[in-house]
Ligand binder design. Structure first.
Ligand SMILES: [Zn+2]
Length: 443
């Protein structure tokens, strides 16, 4: 029965309507883990074969690593394929695009303006990405047509805004630009929100948190939505609790990137982010690019199994996390990604050459609610400051002391570590980071 369902779903999703795709996604969610793993492995192999046959870049890359088209038929070969990074995508635009790319099937997408060099890639218009969004909303008890509040960048204005709003009628959207959060903008947002009363809020975690604190300071309240969804990790337990208290609604984490939209998200159980394994392959690799077992932390490598105009296969996103062992109480068979614990580029660097990234995202794990938010700031002279906003819970001091001790242990006592209690931690463009270091990366 499950196999039959898996078989029917395994066919490519391209060209189908969003509602058909949405129904198929919900059917996929009901499969057991083995059936989903089988679909994921088969589609991964098929997509790698497609890229080999239709993208000059991938043909050359895989050939140069000793893979023939025949080798790629074996699903086990997938995890041995070379990993690609942002620089490779940026420098090989014309050679990555496949012979299926044309004006009807693809559109150029520009990303990465805020951090690093911009990247151009092609989106496959035949894949109904909107249905993936709906799939996640369904997990949160939100319907696609519900009114929503949005806190991201690229808030539209003028004619573009009117066209956008008309396109979404009858559902209404209340927007706040995460790059331009001021008291005035938040007050205006609150007015619009309380007029529309959206069923849910979706946005960058840092931007939502900034808005929450300003609302509190301004004495403004919002009518509670059914759910709040944040992204642009990392989200600590304390931050989640603060957002949930402010909105009177559960806060769900989800994972997406400019290069590969909608990769994973939490279900109502909030115990890991379910990966859309039928259309996104997520692997965790170690420093030698070898896949690690579930439960072990490493770098996140993602494949978009649906983009046939500009394949993005085994792409290093720069985030650090792990796949969670076991299954979720919700019954969905989709594998789960743990919380993002940092970015490989955001690291504390020691004078002896040691680099510490993901581990520092865990220093508050034993006392998760002792703080509302923290960041680790390293100056050019290597000195490290743990800046934290304590919560009003009785274990606040204990938690901060324990975290500082872990930080001193991780930095081997060779750089000075000081603790600073602060009232606010500035966010940039709505995103949050655990580590900001002024020490340049070597290598
Ligand atoms: Zn679940």
């Amino acid at each position: 029965m499950m196999r039959e369902a898996a078989f029917r779903i395994k066919t490519a999703l391209g060209g189908r309507s969003s509602t058909d795709a949405y129904r198929e996604f919900l059917a996929m969610d009901a499969l057991d883990p083995e059936a989903i793993a089988e679909v994921s492995a088969r589609r991964s192999a098929e997509h790698a074969q497609f890229a080999f046959g239709h993208s000059p870049f991938y043909r050359e890359l895989y050939s140069s690593h000793g893979f023939s088209a025949d080798d790629l038929r074996d699903p086990a070969a997938f995890s041995a394929l070379p990993i690609v990074d942002k620089a490779m995508l940026r420098e090989n635009f014309d050679r990555i695009r496949t012979d299926e790319a044309n004006d009807r099937t693809s559109v150029v997408s520009k990303t990465g303006g805020s951090t690093g060099l911009p990247l151009h890639l092609l989106r496959d218009l035949r894949f109904p990405a909107r249905a993936l969004e709906w799939r996640l909303f369904e997990w949160w008890g939100v319907r696609p047509w519900d009114d929503r509040g949005i806190v991201t960048r690229h808030v539209l204005t003028g004619a573009a805004r009117i066209r956008h709003d008309l396109g979404w009628l009858p559902s209404r959207r209340v927007q706040l630009d995460a790059f331009q959060i001021t008291d005035e903008a938040v007050a205006e947002f609150a007015r619009s929100w309380n007029r529309v009363r959206p069923r849910f809020l979706i946005g960058y975690g840092g931007g939502v948190l900034d808005a929450v604190r300003r609302l509190q300071r301004l004495g403004l309240t919002l009518t509670p939505p059914r759910a709040v969804a944040v992204t642009a990790a990392p989200l600590t337990a304390g931050t989640r609790a603060e957002i949930e208290t402010a909105f009177g609604a559960p806060c769900f984490d989800h994972y997406r990137s400019a290069e590969i939209p909608w990769m994973a998200g939490e279900c109502a159980h909030q115990s890991g982010l379910h990966v859309f394994a039928d259309v996104r392959r997520v692997e965790i690799v170690d420093a030698a690019d070898e896949v690690v077992p579930d439960g072990v932390e490493g770098e996140v490598v993602v494949s978009d199994l649906t983009n046939r105009v500009f394949p993005v296969i085994r792409y290093r996103l720069g985030d650090i996390s792990r796949l969670l062992p076991g299954t979720c109480a919700c019954g969905r068979g989709l594998p789960r990604l743990g919380a993002i614990s940092g970015r490989s580029s955001d690291a504390v660097r020691l004078p002896d050459g040691t680099t510490i990234a993901g581990a520092l995202g865990h220093i508050f794990d034993d006392f998760p609610l002792s703080i509302r938010q923290f960041e680790i700031v390293q100056e050019a002279d290597y000195s490290v400051t743990l800046r934290c906003i304590p919560s009003d819970r009785p274990d606040a001091q204990t938690g901060i002391d324990a975290a500082a001790e872990k930080l001193r242990f991780a930095t081997k006592g060779i750089v000075p570590v000081t603790v600073e209690r602060v009232d606010s931690i500035p966010q940039v463009g709505g995103k949050m980071r655990f580590i900001r270091s002024a020490v340049p990366a070597t290598s």
